[in-house]
Write a protein that binds this ligand. Structure first.
Ligand SMILES: Nc1ncnc2c1ncn2[C@@H]1O[C@H](COP(=O)(O)OP(=O)(O)OP(=O)(O)O)[C@@H](O)[C@H]1O
Ligand SMILES: [Mg+2]
Length: 248
């Protein structure tokens, strides 16, 4: 079966550091793939290459069989390849609704002309509300984003990414800095989304990773050292030594 998104010998170096080292990964059309690994293992670099933020040094990225290596982010977003960032990135002064509406408008339009009709404006508004409701943010819609609790701000980032109508969504440490209750809440949302679209989750919270992932890929020094279901990863001696070991 053809992979939805896959990479072939993907590499990226920064000077002498091989941040991504011959990564071959096959990601399915839906479900939740976690990418884990110690700090500096190359998780964010991998996302940055696949989502067009930085070019690969060598290797290929394919999406639905098409070579998308080093295509610019805006082209990849049009294909439904979207992401969130490790550091919260929302418009703090704008309302929750506006944050999502602007992203939706950008996705649907590109030019302002098509928003001159009432019908097209209504479509953007409806889609924005649908996303806010999907993520349980509707009651906060008119709050400036900066007033939201930290956990809700991170959910808002997912909402903004959903406005891009993703087929595959890369989430870079969405629970970083969250309370256990906030982590449980966003875990449920992410798991729910993975039934409809492909989710690639970079995450350090092992309890979350083990409970939500369909499959896990483990990175160390830029290379994949193990891949499998959560129970296989938990009992893999190399993974325990490289990563989980320090948690036990
Ligand atoms: N722009 C850059 N310039 C130089 N080195 C970089 C750059 N970006 C990443 N690196 C290096 O590449 C390696 C991988 O970094 P990356 O941020 O991808 O790791 P990570 O797995 O996301 O780590 P963390 O869990 O801390 O977020 C590290 O050694 C890092 O210092
Ligand atoms: Mg990172």
């Amino acid at each position: 079966m053809e992979a939805f998104l896959c990479t072939e010998d993907l590499c990226r170096h920064f000077g002498g550091v091989m941040a991504t080292n011959c990564v071959c990964i096959n990601i399915g059309e839906n479900g939740l793939r976690s990418v884990i690994g110690p700090n500096g293992a190359g998780k964010t670099t991998f996302i940055n290459i696949v989502t067009g933020r930085i070019p690969a040094s060598s290797g290929k990225v394919f999406f639905q069989g098409k070579d998308i290596t080093n295509k610019p982010t805006h082209e990849l977003v049009k294909m439904g390849i979207c992401r969130t960032f490790q550091i919260t990135s929302i418009f703090q002064k704008l309302s929750v609704f506006e944050n999502v509406r602007i992203a939706k408008q950008a996705r649907l339009g590109g030019t302002l002309r098509i928003f001159s009709t009432k019908k097209s404006l209504r479509k953007v508004t409806e889609k924005t509300w649908a996303i806010l409701e999907r993520l349980g943010l509707q009651d906060l819609a008119h709050q400036p984003a900066k007033n939201l609790a930290y956990g809700d701000q991170r959910v808002l980032e997912v909402a903004i990414a959903l406005a891009g109508d993703p087929n595959i969504l890369f989430l870079d440490e969405p629970t970083a800095g969250m309370s256990p209750a906030e982590t449980r809440h966003i875990s449920k949302l992410i798991k729910g989304l993975s039934e409809e679209i492909s989710i690639v989750l970079v995450e350090h919270d092992m309890d979350m990773v083990m409970s939500v992932s369909d499959k896990i890929s483990v990175l160390q020094y830029g290379s994949i050292i193990a891949e499998g279901k959560p129970e296989e990863i938990k009992s893999n001696p190399q993974v325990r030594e490289a990563y989980l070991g320090k948690e036990q």
